[in-house]
Design a protein around this ligand. Structure first.
Ligand SMILES: Cc1cc2nc3c(=O)[nH]c(=O)nc-3n(C[C@H](O)[C@H](O)[C@H](O)COP(=O)(O)O)c2cc1C
Length: 357
């Protein structure tokens, strides 16, 4: 029976344990969206994870927040910054995938680089507010991407994937979760298209499949993971039938031989939300990662019950750089300090203590 401490194989990559460090945006990149020396240290400190997945990395030069914030992977300087990160993680014996992302309608015009636009699969604004420098304001109505513009975005993912390889990553994760652009295409409340990219679950998945194919020119399928969040309503997301939608998506991905499917779904769902991961597990023949408020007991149960092959931990890894060792020893966990999730500098980033040897 598998435990968190058992090895696992993803393609050519041997993981010494089943702990995944979940992708976590920390908004600490330098000007030019370049990862810093602190990012190098932050990830190297967490190299005992079976697999690290980076914070979401922008593929679109015009999208994303201005100034020191989310990192990108579309310039040489960014690539060099990431290379320093991957080398540091490898030096510590770790493995690291780059999470590639595009904000789509989750961006705000006040925060775009010159030439940037708020775009989406359809001209439908996300429900709720976005937090800007001027405080919370309603999400904007995105410009609907036309077929030619979709091809450009697909090309941006491919270019970031090429750079990820050059920067020494072990693979890439396509961020299809949490209301980012791929997720906006996958779910029907944000995608009301009637062309090749909308109208049915299969068609809504076409954008993801196009990206997967384009990224496959630089990586074997077994080095490309996909993250989804079928019922997460972050950034105003929803879907009329998440079970059947994501069952279909999982079945479409299954024959591609991808590295893994990474599903954000807590072990205990909030009231009224369906359990979609079980249906996904049945439709998807490949490695499955589950993420969402897992602790040691619920993670071990999910592995034992065959619900997942690996478990991703977010906040616990953020606050405990040596999380596998803490679980192994039954040591106390440091609680995460939410006040420093998105602030600048080392505080709450590289100063969480490891256990004394
Ligand atoms: C500070 C913070 C930043 C996050 N940023 C991302 C991100 O960039 N990409 C992503 O897919 N999920 C992101 N997440 C979600 C986590 O990957 C994870 O799914 C979530 O925290 C639930 O796992 P947990 O309960 O173990 O923390 C973030 C979570 C936190 C706490």
């Amino acid at each position: 029976m598998p435990t968190l401490f058992d090895a696992y194989q993803i393609g050519a990559l041997s993981l010494p344990n089943r702990f995944v460090m979940a992708p976590m945006t920390r908004r600490r990149a330098a000007d030019g969206k370049v990862p810093t020396e602190l990012a190098r240290l932050h990830y190297a400190q967490r190299a005992s994870a079976g697999l690290i997945i980076t914070e979401s990395i922008e593929v679109d030069p015009f999208s994303g927040l201005k100034g020191p914030t989310r990192p990108g992977l579309f310039t040489d300087a960014q690539q060099q910054g990431w290379q320093a990160v991957t080398e540091a993680v490898h030096d510590k014996g770790g493995r690291i995938f780059a999470q590639l992302s595009h904000m789509g309608r989750g961006a705000h015009s006040s925060q775009l680089e010159a030439g940037g636009r708020v775009v989406g699969p359809s001209s439908i604004a996300a429900a709720g507010n976005i937090y800007t420098v001027n405080g919370p304001v309603p999400f904007e109505t995105p410009v609907k991407l036309d077929i030619g513009e979709i091809a450009v975005v697909v090309g941006q993912y491919a270019e970031a994937a090429r750079r990820a390889k050059a920067a020494g990553f072990d693979g890439v994760e396509l961020h299809g979760a949490n209301g980012y652009l791929i997720d906006q295409f996958l779910r029907d409340a944000s995608n009301q298209r009637s062309d090749t990219y909308g109208g049915s679950a299969e068609k809504r998945a076409q954008f993801l499949l196009d990206i997967f194919e384009a990224v496959s020119t630089h990586w074997p399928a077994s080095s490309i993971g996909v993250r989804v969040s079928p019922t997460n309503n972050f950034q105003g997301m929803s879907d009329s039938d998440p079970v059947s939608n994501f069952e279909t998506i999982a079945a479409l991905l299954s024959p591609l031989g991808l590295a893994y499917l990474h599903v954000v779904e807590p072990a205990v769902q909030p009231d009224g939300l369906p359990y979609v991961a079980i249906a996904i597990r049945e439709s998807f023949d490949g490695p499955l990662i589950l993420a969402g408020k897992y602790d040691q007991a619920s993670a071990e149960s999910a592995l034992l019950e065959g619900k997942a092959d690996l478990i991703a931990f977010g906040e616990k890894f953020l606050a405990n750089p040596d999380l596998p060792e803490r679980f192994r020893r039954g040591a106390q966990l440091t609680p995460p300090d939410k006040a420093t999730f998105y602030t600048d500098g080392a505080a709450g980033y590289t100063d969480y203590p490891a256990l004394a040897d």
